[in-house]
Design a protein around this ligand. Structure first.
Ligand SMILES: Nc1ncnc2c1ncn2[C@@H]1O[C@H](COP(=O)(O)OP(=O)(O)OP(=O)(O)O)[C@@H](O)[C@H]1O
Ligand SMILES: [Mg+2]
Length: 312
């Protein structure tokens, strides 16, 4: 039986007339790496603030490891770690000082605190920076320090609000690798993002919200398959000679529904799997020299655009 870490039931939060989150229900199971997606202003940060007890919903309930956030918030918050979208560090404090300060705020006894500091800095690969002031830290190192801080008390779930936004490619990759390492270690993660390729790399399941409402919650694999049933299969064919006769021969195959040209490659939409085998045959018969041929599953980006896309 999967163990539920977070349970959200019919949660709504409005700011005046604008409802940032409306009637949201979802659950996150233990060990899940859960992606929380939505365009700007969709309600991701508002949701994370409610799930971590920073703001209260107008209505609905939130339970963390069975503890009701409204009635038992101290116990619920003990089980939560948060990496917020914005934070400040003290330039003149060392990495360890930050964690020591935070550990005191949490009321951790000194012996536990020092062990937790060492353990968390090791996990985020900042051991060598333990006694260095954060003044000289890169943006990526700062983000990893905030992750270490959020993990110090051994939470059951870690919330990360746009964890790689604003980082350079190297810093972003370091944070992604760290997230993947935590997932492999069985940590439960709730990651909000609009960087879909990253979510596809880091998460198994996602929820997509738009204008405060949940549109879908499922595994990425299921969402991709559902979209495939809807739009058909996409084949990728790369040719040494992507010339008109080859294009025309493929277009003439019964069951080919569309071709888009991408440099030396064609992306071909077909409905049934049988047509799949006719495509390379037609290309070769027309003199095409094939460099690569494979089926492309719909990406999380395709799924997201289908759900919240232009004009919806
Ligand atoms: N304190 C507030 N007062 C008034 N409106 C707010 C407040 N916080 C958020 N909102 C509004 O609620 C909506 C949801 O905002 P939220 O920050 O949760 O979205 P988001 O999905 O995190 O967006 P982003 O991708 O830009 O971070 C937005 O329309 C925002 O303007
Ligand atoms: Mg946000």
């Amino acid at each position: 039986m999967p163990e539920t870490v977070v349970e959200v039931q019919n949660v709504t939060r409005c700011y005046g007339k604008l409802c940032a989150v409306q009637d949201l229900s979802l659950t996150v199971e233990k060990g899940e790496s859960f992606g929380f997606l939505g365009p700007n202003g969709a309600g991701k940060t508002t949701t994370i603030k409610m799930l971590t007890g920073f703001i209260r919903p107008d209505s609905g309930t939130i339970r963390v490891m069975g503890h009701d956030m409204a009635r038992d918030d101290i116990e619920a918050k003990r089980r939560i770690g948060l990496v917020p979208d914005e934070y400040g560090l003290y330039d003149d404090l060392t990495a360890a000082d930050h964690l020591r300060f935070y550990g005191r705020l949490l009321g951790m006894p000194q012996s536990d605190r020092e062990a937790a500091i060492e353990r968390s800095l090791k996990l985020v690969e900042l051991t060598e920076q333990t006694n260095n002031k954060t003044k000289g830290f890169s943006h990526g190192m700062r983000q990893r320090l905030v992750i270490a801080q959020a993990l110090m008390h051994g939470p059951a779930i870690l919330f990360l609000d746009e964890p790689t936004t604003g980082l350079d490619p190297v810093g972003a990759k370091e944070v992604r690798d760290l997230i993947k390492k935590m997932t492999a270690g069985g940590m439960t993660l709730f990651i909000s993002s609009h960087l879909l390729f990253e979510v596809q790399e880091m998460c198994r399941s996602v929820a997509v919200i738009n204008r405060g409402r949940l549109l879908k919650k499922d595994t990425i694999a299921n969402l991709s398959n559902v979209l495939k049933d809807k739009i058909g299969r996409q084949l990728f064919l790369m040719l040494q000679n992507p010339e008109k006769p080859v294009y025309d021969a493929i277009a003439a195959v019964a069951g080919v529904e569309g071709i888009s040209v991408e440099g030396p490659a064609y992306k071909i939409r077909v409905r049934s799997p049988e047509v799949q085998f006719e495509v390379p045959k037609a290309a070769v018969d027309a003199g095409g020299r094939i460099l690569a041929f494979y089926e492309v599953n719909p990406s999380l980006e395709d799924v997201f655009i289908d759900l919240v896309g232009v004009g919806k």
